[in-house]
Every structure is written in C-alpha cells, then in structure tokens.
Design a protein around this ligand. Sequence first.
Ligand SMILES: Cc1cc2nc3c(=O)[nH]c(=O)nc-3n(C[C@H](O)[C@H](O)[C@H](O)COP(=O)(O)OP(=O)(O)OC[C@H]3O[C@@H](n4cnc5c(N)ncnc54)[C@H](O)[C@@H]3O)c2cc1C
Length: 572
Amino acid sequence: METHEYDVIVIGAGGAGLRAAIEASVLGARTALVCKSLLGKAHTVMAEGGIAASLGNVDADDNWRTHFQDTLFGGKYLNNWRMAELHAKEAPDRVRELEHWGGVFDRTPDGRMSQRAFGGHTYRRLVHIGDRTGLELIRTLQDKGVHQGIDVFMECTVTRLLKDGDRVCGAFGYWRSTGDFVVFRAKALVLATGGIGKSYRITSNSWEYTADGHALGYEAGAQLVDMEFVQFHPTGMVWPPGVVGLLVTEAVRGEGGILRNGEGERFMERFDPKRMELSTRDVVSRAIYTEVQEGRGSPHGGVYLDVSHLPASFVKRKLPSMYDQFLGLAGVDITREPMEIGPTCHYAMGGIKVDAETGASRVPGLFATGECSGGMHGANRLGGNSLSDLLVFGKRTGEGAAEYATHASTPVVDEAQVAAGEVEMLGYLDGEGEDPYALHAELQDTMQDDVDIFRERAQLERALAKLDELQSRAANLRPTGGRVFNPGWHLCRDLQNMLVCAQAVTRAALQREESRGAHSRLDFPEYDDFWGEHNLVVERGPDGGMRVEPAPVVKVAELETLVLERMAVELA
Ligand SMILES: Cc1cc2nc3c(=O)[nH]c(=O)nc-3n(C[C@H](O)[C@H](O)[C@H](O)COP(=O)(O)OP(=O)(O)OC[C@H]3O[C@@H](n4cnc5c(N)ncnc54)[C@H](O)[C@@H]3O)c2cc1C
C-alpha cells in the first residue's frame, strides 16, 4: 500500500492546519499537510468579517486585557482562561506576522491596518479586507507554507488514526479521486479538521464540516470538551430555498446594519439595549428566533437586516460579497432593500481538549488546533476570535508537535489496524443497504428540530433515541457506484463521525441543566452556580460507551481580578 513517513503530519489545511504546519517545518520537522479538499479551498477561505486582535489602530485604548475580558464575557466565563489569555496577548503579533508574509488588509487613512466593530468586542478590533478576510488569510499562509517546503496531500481523506500502544503513530485514508488507500506514518499528528455543522439542516458550513477530527480524536482516546455549545449565527439567508443558511457576515452589523422585525420594530432594544445589534451572537440568535416564534417574523420566517441607510458606495466597498450574494442569489439590492435573515448553525465551541501551551491532547503524539479543538471560546465564541485562534494556537500547536517529534522514536504501524481501515471502507460497497444521503437527512432533521437554539429534556431524549437508531442503521449503508469519485461512499464514513459528535452534543446538552451562552434550556432557563464553574468533558469509557462528566473550569489565579472587574461591570 502507498505509504508516506514524516515527523509531523497535519490533517487539515485551513488556517489552523497551515499555521501549525508552517511552524513545525520552521523548527526543522519533516512536515506534511493532508486535506480532503484542494489546498486553498478549506473552510477558512469562506471567513468574511475579520480577525480579532487588540492592535489599537482605530481605538487607541484597546489592549489585551479588554480583549481577554470580552472573550470571557462572550464565553460566559467557561473558557479555559489560559487559552483566552494567550489568545488575547499573542493575536496582535500573529496578525502583524501575517502582514509581513504578504497579507493585504484594509487601511486607515494614515496607512495602518483598519479595524471594524463586531458583536461583543468593546473596541473596533477586527482586521479585515472588505468581507473577504478568510481568502486573504488562506492565500498568505498557503504561499508561506509552499515556500517553506511543506509537502501537501490534497483530496485525501483520513478515516482512522493508527496507534502504537498508547501513542498515535499514523493515519489511514483514501484518495477522493481514485478511492485507493494510503497510509501516513508520523511521530506526531495534528488534527485541524474544522467543525461539525453538516450535522444540522440549516448551516453556514461547507461540505467539509462532518466532524471528522472530533470523532477521530475521540476514537483514539482524546477527550472532547464543551460539546453542548453549538453556535447559531444570527444572520443566515432564509430565502430562496437553495441558499437557506448561507452566512450573512456579522460585518454587516459591524458596519451599521439595523435589525427590524416584520412590524418594523428595532427589536434588539428589548433584548440588549446596551449593545443592540452588536450584542453577542447567542443573544441576537435567541432574539430573532423569539420574534419569529411569536409571529413578528418576515414572510420567509426570518427578520430584516438593513444597510440601505448607508451610502451605496460604502456598502459596496466594505461588504462587496454581501452585495453580490444578495443580488445574485436573491435578486435583492442591499443598498436599497433590507435582507431577510435568520439563525444558522455556524460554529462548534466544543472540540478536542488540549493543553493551552502546546495543543497536546491527552493521547501521546496527538495534537489538535482550530475549530476541532475546544476550550478557548467557552459557551459562545465572539466573531473574529476564530481566525485569531487559528493563528495563535496553530503556531503553538505546530511548535508542540515538532518538539514532541524531536524526542519520539520512529513509529511502528500495526498492519492489522490498516487492514481494519480497508475492511471498513470496502464494507460500504458490499451487499444491500440504506442510501447514506437519506440517513444524513434524518440526522440533520433530528439535530435541527430537537437539539436547536432552544432545548428541553423531552426533545433531547427523543433525539438520543433517534441517534441510537440511526447509529445502528448506519452500520448497513450502501451508496450507488464504486470507489472512483464517489461522494456517496465518502458520506458513509463521514456519517459515523457526525453520529459520534451528535451523540456528544446531545448527551452534554441533556446534562447541562441551565441556560448559558449558546445552550438554552426551556426547562432550565436560568444560570446555575454549579454549571457556571464546570465544563462538560466527553470521553470513551472502558466499556466503549460514551461518558460525559463535569470538570472544573481551568482558571488562572493572576487573572481573577480582571474577570471580577468585568463581572461587576456587567452586573451594574
Ligand atoms: C461563512 C463563514 C464566515 C466566517 N467568518 C469568520 C470571520 O470573519 N472571522 C472569524 O474569526 N471566523 C469566521 N468564521 C469561522 C472560521 O472561518 C472557522 O472557524 C475557521 O476558518 C476554521 O478553521 P480551521 O483551520 O479550524 O478549519 P478549516 O478551515 O475548515 O479547515 C479544515 C481542513 O481540514 C480538512 N479535513 C477535514 N476533515 C478531514 C479528513 N477527514 N481528512 C483530511 N482532511 C480533512 C479540510 O479539507 C480542510 O482542509 C466563519 C465561518 C463561516 C462558515
């Protein structure tokens, strides 16, 4: 079988994977990137609004402390404090570095990187280029990575991590075009596979977001944290049907967009009069959902987002993709008419539990970074804090993996594990079975209807029963066609990942008997003191079943004063 060997293999070529691979390579590790889409097409390319970093270019008072406080306030204090501290302190340097590597961003009149307002950020903080920031970030990192000499295996999907005793020693996967199998041997592996959004029917996420890294890590023995917190972005398109869920960037509100319900009321006055449209995403999503449920929605089940009061030239310059998106897809000229929008599943706060300094999971040799890692954002992520997270922890994780590889022995791959990987994939092509697309639609309906913005016990229990049923049916899938270029076959494996994560999200949501951040329980609408001090950790138990246990929030004594200061301001 085709086999490749490296010191460090990074699975995923989004912002996090690229940044990790660059760092590992700079430190002398023989490094490869494996990604299931084309290089440059990772989900990060879709990011629009900006990268959060307290450069203070526009609002001179900004500093890492305020960024840290905003991040914890947004995450309802469940964030790993050390991660939030490192993130706030290091984001400015990571952004400047990106600029030195050739990243081009919008400028202030005096030539510095411009920064825009975003929900939950005290100051204008997001470095951006119009509403195409992810494209510039990916382009810059990709150029840097290619020139750094990283090898890239694209359109190659990893389906299994290989282990040598307790440690990981490689990965098994297939080439998407031919269906042939491939083995990667490595001293250290970095998971940077992004999110889980394709488990929901209405989502801003691309086809890649099938929870692969979350499930691969879990199956290899890593812990997941904060899985109950799934972010529903307040503004996705609701019309026409073919584009439901497509993101309408928060930059629209950052640049002055106004939300109104079907009766023309600026309803955020009732939900967060202080921050209005620039409240945090959890609050705005619940507000929109409530307006629609109570009969004050727009004709297609959303509300209105309006920038028509802003000069048309400004809208076209600052929000060019939004202008094109609405004109091309919905026939709406946003410089003249309001957009119709509603919540869409957007981001997984939950992910692989990692060490803040190095990105190491509890499995020796296994690291994680980016959206597939957890802890940084707590109960709710602030807009712009993902791209900065990718840069800060991508670098740290690349360092961590390279350092580990320096001391690790040459990995030994167990042929039986490789054979099991082959048997699993070929099994989907044997005999009779269900259509994977139909099963996927049922999974998406279950998560959308019962594990949505508002949850309650009966719904969550119904979802769990349905997930158990889907899990047993997923053992017997049969796509049409064979191994060559067959997304139906690929989906058979993706479904196993999505089902693991759907279970983790639902079980954790059932245990957290309170409402906090992105997790709202109709039967437990208030904060609970115990849960305000605990995260939920998911792991595979000794019997192979899923175990979900509370664990104390990771705090840093020296940061206590900053946190208490912010809590006092919010309570005042
Ligand atoms: C429309 C949109 C706009 C956004 N705008 C912003 C913004 O303005 N600011 C902000 O901070 N955040 C934004 N976000 C969120 C942010 O873009 C993502 O959280 C972030 O890009 C995730 O990066 P990543 O590197 O973790 O993963 P990704 O960029 O998704 O990369 C994942 C990589 O893993 C690969 N992969 C996955 N599974 C496998 C497998 N099994 N085998 C091999 N490879 C695999 C994929 O091919 C891909 O290369 C936005 C999100 C969306 C959807």
